[in-house]
Design a protein around this ligand. Structure first.
Ligand code: DQA
Length: 146
């Protein structure tokens, strides 16, 4: 079974309570359960993690690089300014899928229009709500035996 890490960055632990008009009503716990279930249907062993600490995300990405683990990454605000996350993503060899619940490029704040994850991602899924995570897992599953 292909192991996949779903890594969520800052403030995504507050899903369901944080600006539900933008991010919806699904909590992070519910999202994690959904991802594991979608993974089971797709033959993937999914582990979902969330952190508000950039160094912790970097450590997870470094381990994913060493272990050649596919990653679904919602780096949240770090997407838009973290060169350290750009560098960490650059060393991944298994597929990296960038996910955003909203579509940052359609939002009014200029800073959201840049992504330091996108240059290293096999694909980016934005603005699909929580279903974007399912689509990301589907993308990985479709290529996992390539
Ligand atoms: C986000 C979009 C980012 O711009 C924002 O900083 C987030 C969440 C999303 O999932 O839509 O925290 O990554």
């Amino acid at each position: 079974m292909t192991r996949v890490l779903v890594l969520n960055g800052p403030n995504l632990g507050r899903l369901g309570r944080r600006q539900p008009e933008i991010y919806g009503h699904t909590t992070h716990r519910e999202l994690a359960d959904l991802c594991v279930g979608w993974g089971e249907q797709l033959g993937l062993e999914v582990e979902v993690r969330q952190t508000n600490h950039e160094g912790e995300l970097l450590d997870w990405l470094n381990t994913a690089a060493d272990e050649e683990t596919p990653v679904v990454l919602n780096a949240a605000a770090w997407t838009h300014y973290s060169l350290a996350i750009f560098d960490a993503c650059g060393q991944l060899t298994a597929p990296l899928v960038e996910v955003h619940i909203s579509d940052p490029k359609q939002r009014p704040e200029e800073f959201r229009h840049t992504s330091y994850v996108e240059p290293h991602a096999a694909t980016t899924i934005s603005g699909q709500g929580i279903d974007g995570y399912r689509q990301a897992l589907e993308f990985i599953a479709s290529g996992s035996d390539r």
